[in-house]
Design a protein around this ligand. Structure first.
Ligand SMILES: [Zn+2]
Ligand SMILES: [Zn+2]
Length: 108
């Protein structure tokens, strides 16, 4: 017979089923999920911040077409076409548009 263990959350008197009790397991999963989403957003923002001064200085080429990005111009951070979690770098608006067009064509 398995040892009964109490949920380690403070003030919780329920029996643990896995790491926490059923209710707190669910809460823990939910928190982990939203943290991950926030982290991704933060990473994206941080990458943008890192690229921005370089783009403004005219030092960056579009990773797709390798044309130089106009200094100070609006740019998009492009994702890898096959793995949307990979940020490849700044891309020029025409490339960003055509990439978006391509990926939506895939789902047609
Ligand atoms: Zn609990
Ligand atoms: Zn381009």
């Amino acid at each position: 017979m398995a040892m009964k263990r109490n949920c380690p959350k403070p003030n919780c008197i329920k029996t643990a089923d896995g790491r926490y009790c059923t209710e707190h397991n669910r809460e823990h999963d939910k928190q982990r999920g939203s943290k991950k989403q926030r982290g991704y957003g933060k990473e994206f923002q941080r990458d943008r911040k890192q690229w921005k001064p370089l783009v403004d200085a005219g030092l960056v080429d579009c990773w797709r077409c390798s044309k130089p990005l106009e200094p100070g111009a609006a740019f998009h951070l492009g994702h890898d076409d096959n793995d949307r979690t990979i940020i490849r770098g700044p891309e020029c608006p025409p490339c960003n548009l055509s990439a978006a067009g391509k990926s939506s064509a895939l789902y047609r």
